[in-house]
Design a binder for this molecule. Structure first.
Ligand code: NAD
Ligand code: DAU
Length: 344
């Protein structure tokens, strides 16, 4: 797998080791978003082999494929944050498009030399996003797999390009949340800011809608797609949990009011601050997950309400992990993204 030190990737490693017998080789560059601290519980487990490196390093990828002879590649590695892609798109094209292309070339070369039955059973799984479909109108039905791609940010465009190159088994998932998510994304950012008594910066009018899925449910769907998915097919994965951003932030505040009654702030929602909008901000995403349910037998296990509570509790219990990842580089990002919005 690639990108296994990031948010979803590290959850996938933990899920894999807990549920599967075969080992996982984890290639990750350890960018600002990658963190070996998230993998501490498998550090001495021989079924997880960590390799620091770039998916675009063809010699390294070729060597790893030769040495480990995997049955599949699950490709999570990416630059993943929309706001960063607006400030600096080059890295997104480099990793998400060119990096994916390099990985695919090396995968194809390895696969070409395989003998049957390994050749037919080999799989490349491209982990993608709902953002490639663009924005839904308020009354439109959720995205199906037949929806044409219409990306609206450099991040979404780079993922769309990679999906077109891969055309392997592709999973397109909605917004994930849960343990180990880097606190530049909405849910962990709001938890971390609220605990520090800092403003909770809601873009625009807070009415943008996302379809939230607990990360463990996404990991299970990817494992199922790897086992039962048909090559060339796309599977939309979603939480059937459409919420406006304001609803999400208010829910976090309500949970914190309950779990932290003695904090300096009695009503955490008093920290909510509306700030200038994200450019090109997609108004609404929602996934129609009927195909992954009927074809692969997947079903979301965790509701938004229970998953959000678990997530807030996880962050409260793992402030050391938070403090480790919110170092100098994180501060620079906060200044860049929120400084111009009048919030630092
Ligand atoms: P993340 O930013 O938390 O993690 C990305 C990981 O990839 C990091 O560990 C980073 O070090 C690694 N990486 C980056 N560039 C690399 C390179 N050139 N070579 C090797 N490793 C590199 O991302 P995430 O939120 O865990 O997302 C993982 C994947 O899932 C991405 O492909 C993303 O597009 C997709 N996805 C994410 C969500 C979501 O809500 N977070 C939803 C749907 C799909
Ligand atoms: O939809 C799937 C995508 O979800 C993934 O492909 C991306 O990798 C992942 O980062 C995520 O993208 P979003 O842009 O939806 O996530 P983010 O957490 O950045 O923002 C969620 C919503 O919250 C979005 O409408 C913007 C808004 N927002 C975000 C931040 C960081 C705010 O209002 N304020 C903020 O400070």
């Amino acid at each position: 797998m690639t990108g296994g030190a990031g948010f979803i990737g590290s959850n996938f490693v933990l899920d894999w080791v807990a549920n599967e017998k075969s080992p996982v080789i984890n290639l990750d560059k350890l960018t600002y978003a990658g963190n070996l601290g998230s993998l501490a519980s498998v550090a001495t487990d021989s079924r997880h082999v960590f390799v620091k490196g770039d998916i675009g390093d063809r010699a390294l990828v070729a060597k790893l494929l030769r040495e480990h002879r995997p049955q599949a590649i699950v490709h999570f590695a990416a630059e993943s944050h929309v706001d960063r892609s607006i400030h600096g798109p080059a890295e997104f094209v480099q990793t998400n498009v060119i990096g994916t292309f390099s990985l695919l070339e090396e995968a194809r070369s390895f696969w070409s030399d395989l003998k049957e039955p390994d050749k037919s059973s080999f799989r490349f799984l491209q982990v993608s996003t709902d953002e490639v479909y663009g924005s839904l109108g308020p009354a439109e039905p959720p995205f199906t797999e037949a929806r044409p791609y219409a990306p609206n940010s450099p991040y979404a465009a780079s993922k769309a390009a990679a999906d077109h190159l891969a055309r392997a088994i592709t999973t397109n998932c909605s917004n994930n949340y849960g343990p180990f998510q880097f606190p530049e994304k909405l849910i962990p950012l709001m938890i971390v800011n609220a605990l520090a008594g800092k403003p909770l910066p809601v873009y625009g009018d807070g009415g943008n809608v996302r379809d939230w899925l607990y990360v463990g449910d996404h990991c299970e769907a990817v494992r199922l797609a790897l086992k039962k998915g048909r090559p060339g097919e796309t599977y939309n994965i979603g939480g059937n949990a459409e919420k406006t951003n304001l609803e999400v932030v208010q829910s976090i505040c309500a949970i914190l009011d309950e779990l932290r009654p003695n904090s300096l702030i009695t009503h955490h929602s008093s920290l909510i601050t509306f700030v200038p909008d994200r450019p090109g901000h997609d108004r609404r995403y929602a996934m129609d997950a009927r195909k992954v349910e009927s074809e692969l037998g997947w079903k979301r296990r965790v509701t938004f309400e229970s998953g959000l509570r678990k997530t807030v509790e996880w962050y409260l219990d793992h402030m050391e992990w938070v403090n480790n990842v919110t170092s100098g580089e994180y501060r620079k990002w906060i200044d860049l993204n929120y400084g111009k919005r009048g919030q630092v």
